[in-house]
Design a protein around this ligand. Structure first.
Ligand code: 5GP
Length: 188
């Protein structure tokens, strides 16, 4: 017999403890938006959304910034359908906008080991932007944010694997309005 998905998210035992509520996310992202609006006053930054995990964050963040922002998307893959990193970052979709002389803000979902970020930073810096900063919704407590040059962080979180608000396991759970700890099934 194959496992049918639960018919409602309320019934899904893999959705564990709520780590960040919808209200906490909304409030903090509004703060980040205000900060970016101040820091980039008089400029038109380009928000580069790292697909797919950051797409929900990007939509809320962009609408919290009171500046003429532009948006583009880049896709990398460092995890397969599991919760463990493969240790290899692969460019899956490149940007369409030219970064030359642009003020670029890289919008990430979570900085874990920093592998993805190091790869992206190298790739984007080589394209001659006027500036490049990173805005991550989440960062592990263990991440070396200074070393990685991450200026804007929404929340620092412990080591649990998390889902929701854009973050997935095997493409599921991205549509949760909050962030929860993932509880793998017993046979995983
Ligand atoms: P890093 O390269 O920093 O180790 O990992 C960054 C990427 O791994 C993130 O952009 C995200 O896609 C994925 N990732 C790391 N931790 C988690 C987590 O707790 N939950 C989910 N869903 N993805 C994660």
């Amino acid at each position: 017999m194959t496992d049918a998905p639960p018919t409602s998210l309320d019934d899904d035992p893999s959705i564990g403890r709520v780590l960040l509520s919808e209200e906490q996310l909304v409030n903090r992202i509004a703060e980040l938006g205000r900060q970016l609006t101040q820091d980039y006053a008089g400029r038109a930054p380009l928000l580069v959304c790292v697909l797919r995990g950051a797409y929900v964050f990007l939509t809320d963040l962009a609408r919290s910034i009171d500046l003429p922002v532009e948006i583009d998307f880049i896709a990398v893959s460092s995890y397969g359908a599991t919760t463990r990193t493969s240790g290899v970052v692969r460019l899956v979709k490149d940007l369409e906008v030219d970064l030359t002389d642009r003020d670029v803000i890289l919008v990430e979902d979570i900085v874990d080991t920093g592998l993805t970020l190091r790869y992206l930073r190298r790739s984007l810096e080589a394209r001659g932007p006027a500036s490049l900063e990173v805005c991550a919704l989440l960062a592990r407590e263990s991440a070396d944010l200074e070393g990685l040059g991450v200026r804007y962080v929404g929340f620092t979180i412990p080591g649990d694997f998390v889902i929701g608000y854009g973050l997935d396991v095997g493409e599921r759970y991205r549509n949760l309005r909050y962030l929860a700890v993932y509880e793998p099934p017993d046979d995983a």
